[in-house]
Design a protein around this ligand. Structure first.
Ligand SMILES: [Zn+2]
Length: 467
């Protein structure tokens, strides 16, 4: 930070400025311990071990399922074994969606079975399914712009493509087709919605994910087809052919269930009532085993807390690991956490939920006076291949943490993972342990241990977050 900026913001005289600058620095001891955690983390196999256990012993764990409950039992036992304290599960009631069998095929201009999956929350088709001609849209914007009645009585197909980027912004741009497609299609009288999978792969697999309905708009069934099948449909459509689809889709909505957050802590010392909250989400989609989404995140952050707990120095603030329930389809865990802990000061709210790739960038969302501390954290992370480049105070945490940051103005540090390959397998059958590189899990563990430790030792509150 610039000296002039600090003076202007704080309205300090020179003496006050000197005090503020002196305060906004880590002690040599704290930095030295951070460097030690960094070295230990790089050699630590704990996160890789945890994610293997979770995926092999429990597997898929959609919120409210048997797998979800088993995961919560596993997570508490794992946290205790790691030496975390105050380990507990905090439950909440919710209504969940359950997938049933589904199939789709092209019936004209040629017969072709399609690789497809229902989108999360999709209503079922009537018995016997739905057969209709396709109304083709190049992307979601084209559907939104359509004021004709071309979609009426048809199956809307949105050919939205997902571009590959390290930071995943191609997903951010495309996912609206999945989330809002059924609403816009139904408003135009469509019978159903089909989309090109929101994914960057070219494999014969389809990507699920939550979709939404709107009160007052008919709820129509919705599914995604694989990228190769979407390419074939697009080629036929480009030839001017009329495409006709038939599909059946079974599902149950509003099934009463419970889910939970699982929590474990490294208790603090003089500032123990202030929380450095890290974690990921324990639930997954049902197609793979949720190895990268988000077995990796809960394992990395638990391993980082365990590293801090076992490294011989207790943190000033309490380091808390939260494994959230139902990130994928409703954020029930994040809301439960916010309701329960809204009055507890949070020094940090941060989440690892972008796969298992290496961390390459640090960002923050902290009050101005804490920016020099973020720069020091950046220096500690630099040997791990992590860059801090201006402007960096526009960071966002993972999805659950973002809900909490926005709601409570809790500050965050963002450890951006390399997401180049993440959307090849996101929400698919290919979300398995084979997609994780063990050494990358250790690099993540080192990054999170350094970050959580220095957040806990900060001479200043990081918050409130400038939003
Ligand atoms: Zn996730």
């Amino acid at each position: 930070m610039k000296r002039r900026e600090l003076m202007a913001l704080a309205g300090l005289g020179l003496g006050g400025l000197a005090r503020a600058q002196a305060a906004a620095t880590y002690s040599a001891d704290d930095l030295q311990h951070a460097a030690r955690l960094r070295g230990l983390g790089l050699a630590d196999g704990t996160a890789w071990g945890l994610v293997q256990q979770l995926c092999n012993e429990v597997g898929a764990r959609p919120a409210g399922s048997v797998g979800d409950a088993q995961a919560a039992v596993w997570a508490q036992a794992a946290m205790r074994r790691l030496g975390l304290q105050n380990v507990r599960a905090e439950s909440t009631a919710l209504r969940v969606w359950q997938r049933g069998p589904a199939a789709a095929r092209l019936v004209a201009p040629q017969a072709l079975p399609l690789v497809m999956v229902a989108l999360g929350n999709s209503v079922a088709t009537p018995e016997g399914g739905i057969e209709a001609d396709i109304a083709w849209y190049a992307d979601f914007d084209a559907l939104k712009a359509d004021t004709s009645d071309r979609a009426r009585g048809r199956i809307v197909f949105i050919d939205q493509k997902t571009e590959r980027f390290k930071d995943g912004r191609g997903y951010g741009a495309a996912v609206v087709a999945r989330a809002q497609g059924p609403i816009e299609a139904a408003k135009r009288g469509a019978l159903a919605l089909a989309i090109r999978s929101i994914g960057t792969d070219t494999d014969p697999i389809a990507h699920t994910g939550a979709t939404r309905y709107e009160i007052g708009v008919p709820r129509i069934p919705a599914f995604a087809v694989s990228v190769p099948d979407a390419n074939r449909l697009a080629a036929l459509n480009a030839d001017g052919k009329t495409l006709r689809l038939q599909f059946t889709l079974a599902s149950k909505s509003d099934v009463e269930a419970t889910t939970q957050n699982v929590i474990g802590e490294v208790p603090g010392t003089d500032l123990a009532n202030e929380i450095v909250c890290i974690g990921g989400h324990l639930d997954s989609w049902d197609l793979g085993v949720g190895a990268v989404d988000d077995g990796a995140g809960v394992s990395i952050t638990a391993a980082a807390a365990a590293l801090i707990a076992g490294a011989g120095q207790r943190p000033r603030r309490t380091v808390r690991v939260v494994m959230y329930g139902n990130e994928e389809n409703g954020f029930d865990g994040a809301r439960l956490y916010g309701d329960r802990y809204k009055d507890v000061p949070h020094q940090l709210i941060a989440e690892s939920d972008f796969g298992a790739g290496r961390v390459w960038q640090l960002k923050s969302r902290v009050q101005t006076a804490a920016l020099p501390l973020v720069e020091q954290i950046g220096q500690l992370l630099a040997p791990l291949g992590v860059a801090l480049s201006a402007p960096f105070n526009d960071g966002g945490p993972g999805p659950d943490a973002a809900v909490l940051m926005r709601r409570h103005k809790w500050p965050t540090l963002q450890l951006s993972q390399d997401g180049t390959a993440y959307f090849d397998i996101h929400h698919t059958v290919n979300d398995t342990l084979a997609r994780i590189e063990p050494a990358a899990m250790a690099q993540n563990t080192a990054c999170w241990a350094v970050t959580a430790w220095l957040a806990a030792q900060s001479p200043l509150p990081f918050g409130p977050a400038p939003l």
